[in-house]
Each structure stands twice: as structure tokens, then as C-alpha cells.
Write a protein that binds this ligand. Structure first.
Ligand code: SAM
Length: 224
């Protein structure tokens, strides 16, 4: 019998913000369901005039690659230099860099300026924005999404075990829904469950998985 201790689950790397270890463990994983749903909702893209999709906290590029494959132009960013260099090595991203169909850069959420776009995606990345910068980041996201455009991604809930970590942003269900007051929720799933780990790696997950379309006119009764 081997005495090698079992490898800790991948969420332990995310908890410590050990992004190279996280990307190692996630290598080969397909694009997230939320971004795939959002891309599908737009239907066929006019290849002569592709719309812009943004990937915030793109990591090693799994969602950005799917955006390119669906025919979109892409603007992607991440705070991790390691993530950006892995993303740039993906064949779809490598060739799109040569044709200028993707811009991908290392930058932090803090102080980020986001260009106008038809889709803004943030898969499992917004919880890592420090709480005192989240409101400015969300204002940027909301202002970037054009009417009829979509948001896809995750917000972590207040019952998640990581909600006690100082530099994380966790919102209640009510606070999360308020972000989307001027959106139509096309998919809103609340995951609120213990992990399957019964040892020290146990984690209670509380995650909102969201695909939402920005209204083309303000909702009745809303105050601007
Ligand atoms: C859990 S990973 C998700 C990566 C990818 N979106 C995915 O779905 O696999 C979180 C990502 O957020 C990025 N990140 C964390 N804090 C950040 C910050 N303050 N500014 C920019 N990116 C950040 C990390 O570098 C990492 O790539």
C-alpha cells in the first residue's frame, strides 16, 4: 500500500488563490455551462460582424476559447500571469491572437475599465474580487453590457464556507437578485450543499449560477 497522502480537492487551491495549482488540476475541462447557455441564447453570429464577448477572470482560457469557437470577438483578462500565458498557448486563442480576434491581458478587477460588449462572462471569478472593490466592478460590468446583451457566471452566497475569508465577495440571495433588477433571469440556479468530502477538505458550497439578459427598456416601477 502506498503512503502517499491523497491529493487535496481542487477547491483547496482556489481557497489559497494558488492559481497555477488550480489550472493544473482543471486542465482539459470544457467551457462552463453558464457561458455555453449564454452563447446558445444569442443564436447564429454574423461572421462578417462578430459581437464582442468579455471574459473576466478568464484563467487558462476555457471559456474564451468557446467564445472564439462560437464566432465571437473576445476581450479577456485575468490577474494571474500564469493563467494568461496558459490561455495564450491554447490553439484557438493562439490563432485568434494572430488575426486580432482576441485581446487578452493580465489585469486586476480593482480599477478595471471594461469596454461595451454584448456578453460579459465571469465564471467563478467575481467572488475573488475584494469586497471594497466589488460595487465599482459591478457598475463597470453593468455599464458594459449593452441592452439585450447578457451576463453569465457565478456569484458566491453568504452561506458558503469561504464567506468568512476577508478578501472574498459573498452576497445573499436578495443582494444577488438586486444586481439583476434590470435583467431577465434566463437561468438562475442556487447551489446550497455540503461537499462530498467528510475530512478536513469539507466545504459547504453556496453558489448562484446565472444567465441573464439586460432589458432593452427599464422594468416598470423601477427607480433610476
Ligand atoms: C476559480 S478561478 C476561475 C477561472 C476560470 N474563469 C474558470 O472558470 O475556470 C478564479 C480566477 O479569478 C482570477 N482572479 C482572482 N482574483 C482576481 C483579481 N483580483 N483580479 C483579476 N483576476 C482575479 C484568478 O486568477 C483565477 O483565474
Amino acid at each position: 500500500m502506498s503512503n502517499t497522502p491523497p491529493t487535496p480537492p481542487v477547491h483547496e487551491a482556489a481557497k489559497r488563490r494558488d492559481w497555477p495549482a488550480y489550472f493544473d488540476r482543471m486542465e482539459g475541462k470544457p467551457a462552463r455551462d453558464t457561458v455555453l447557455k449564454a452563447l446558445k441564447s444569442f443564436g447564429e453570429i454574423d461572421p462578417s460582424n462578430p459581437p464582442l464577448a468579455i471574459d473576466l477572470g478568464c484563467g487558462a482560457g476555457r471559456d474564451a476559447a468557446a467564445m472564439l469557437a462560437a464566432g465571437w470577438k473576445v476581450w479577456a483578462q485575468d490577474g494571474s500571469a500564469d493563467g494568461i500565458s496558459r490561455a495564450k498557448e491554447r490553439p484557438e486563442i493562439k490563432s485568434a491572437l494572430q488575426t486580432g480576434r482576441i485581446e487578452i491581458a493580465q489585469s486586476n478587477f480593482q480599477g478595471l475599465q471594461i469596454p461595451k460588449a454584448t456578453l460579459v462572462n465571469a465564471s467563478f471569478s467575481l467572488p475573488f474580487c475584494p469586497p471594497d472593490h466589488f460595487s465599482a466592478l459591478w457598475q463597470q460590468i453593468d455599464a458594459a453590457i449593452e441592452p439585450g446583451g447578457r451576463f453569465s457566471g457565478q456569484i458566491f452566497g453568504d452561506r458558503d464556507d469561504w464567506a468568512i475569508i476577508d478578501d472574498r465577495t459573498h452576497l445573499t440571495r436578495g443582494e444577488t437578485l438586486k444586481l439583476f433588477d434590470q435583467y431577465i433571469l434566463e437561468s438562475f440556479t442556487e447551489e446550497d450543499r455540503p461537499s462530498k468530502h467528510t475530512d478536513e477538505h469539507h466545504k459547504h458550497w453556496h453558489v448562484f449560477h446565472i444567465v441573464a439578459q439586460k432589458r432593452t427598456a427599464p422594468k416598470r416601477g423601477s427607480v433610476s
